[in-house]
Design a binder for this molecule. Structure first.
Ligand code: XIL
Length: 347
């Protein structure tokens, strides 16, 4: 135990140590560096759990609806939109001087049955998607500053994922032209919003991140309205090489694009429902390493986690036997991961 605390202390530079001891909220540290520190938000927790709302407002200066702005939740019937959960998060953000990111306009998951089982052909699908983007991004113009326009369009090997929007049957555009079209529609809906392509397992250098880089380079060269790449950062205790993450951020920002960490979490194995002390130390180190890489780059403009408390996290539901992935424990106590992010923001 003592040994583990010592290991954690050794991670922290003196300036960071004093920030940690004084307990400055992450958002204060982030604001003094001009970076956004964000979290995905569960609207039900926000409404029903006062400690959730208080911690979120104290620590973060950016929020993103975890599910509420996805196609299915926000557009459950062809002629019905459910904006209330997103509206209430936008109001919370306004009251607490936070920025809002939008997630997501084009994705293969969490689409409504009326859409996936509608039997629509390419022309109808194109019209449906254009209208959806116009309606959702248009409604929040001036309130949602950045959108994940397209989410997870590539496979691990760098080929395009087969989806309703791409080719099954698709909106009638070849290759990455369907992605380009979505960016153009999003730009028309809200010309001031920052538009991102977002994906997972593309943090380091691999076939998927190479494909994303090539697409980004092509879109930028042809002046398609794209402003950034979102790196989801759903990590394990065996993350990509930090040098590779740095190289990837370097090449993407070298195109003039922003990079944001959009869904950071570091899942660890649970034994009898709990994470070991050692795994939490290892987790804290990873949080420190990845946050430290982002802050090296002026164009790495946000560090956002996928939730912030282990009380509400998608990990135990999605990865059996894993959990404890976030900066706060289930009782809203700051973990080593929190101290690590504070340390990186304080350097
Ligand atoms: C997840 C949510 O956290 C869960 O609540 C939901 O059941 C499934 O989706 N990549 C993404 C996110 O872009 O939208 C996903 O969110 C996690 C993986």
């Amino acid at each position: 135990m003592i040994c583990n605390v010592a290991a954690l202390l050794a991670l922290l530079a003196p300036a960071a140590l004093s920030a940690w001891q004084s307990g400055s909220p992450l958002r204060e540290l982030a604001e003094s560096r001009g970076i956004r520190i964000g979290s995905a938000v569960n609207p039900a927790a926000l409404k029903n759990d006062p400690a959730y709302a208080a911690t979120l407002a104290r620590e973060f200066n950016q929020v993103e609806p975890e599910n509420a702005a996805k196609f299915g939740p926000v557009h459950p019937q062809e002629d019905t939109y459910n904006f209330e959960p997103v509206d209430s998060l936008v109001a919370f953000a306004k009251a607490h001087d936070m920025a809002v990111r939008g997630h997501t306009l084009v994705w293969h998951n969490q689409n409504p049955a009326w859409l996936t089982r509608g039997g629509f052909g390419p022309d109808r699908l194109a019209a449906i998607l254009q209208k959806h983007i116009q309606t959702v991004a248009g409604r929040y113009a001036g309130q949602i500053y950045a959108w994940d326009v397209v989410n997870e369009a590539f496979e691990k090997d760098g080929t395009l994922r087969k989806t309703i929007w791409f080719d099954s049957p698709g909106i009638g555009r070849e290759g990455t032209a369907y992605i380009e079209q979505a960016f153009r529609w999003a730009h028309a809906a809200d010309p001031k919003a920052l538009l991102f392509y977002n994906d997972y397992d593309a943090e380091g250098i691999n076939a998927k991140s190479d494909a994303i880089y090539q697409m980004a380079k092509d879109l930028v060269a042809r002046e398609v309205p794209i402003n950034g790449i979102g790196l989801q950062m759903h990590l394990t205790l065996k993350p990509p090489l930090i040098a590779d993450i740095e190289a990837n951020i370097k090449r993407l920002t070298g195109l003039g694009l922003q990079v944001q960490y959009t869904e950071l979490d570091v899942r660890v194995p649970l034994v009898d429902g709990a994470a070991s002390e050692d795994s939490l130390i290892a987790q804290a180190r990873i949080y420190n390493d990845v946050a430290a890489v982002c802050v090296k780059f002026k164009l790495c403009t946000a560090i956002q986690t996928w939730g912030f408390t282990d009380k509400f996290s998608w990990i135990p539901g999605a990865y059996r036997g894993m959990g404890a992935a976030l900066e706060f424990d289930a009782n809203y106590g700051a973990k080593g991961a929190w101290r690590s992010v504070a340390a990186a923001l304080s350097k």
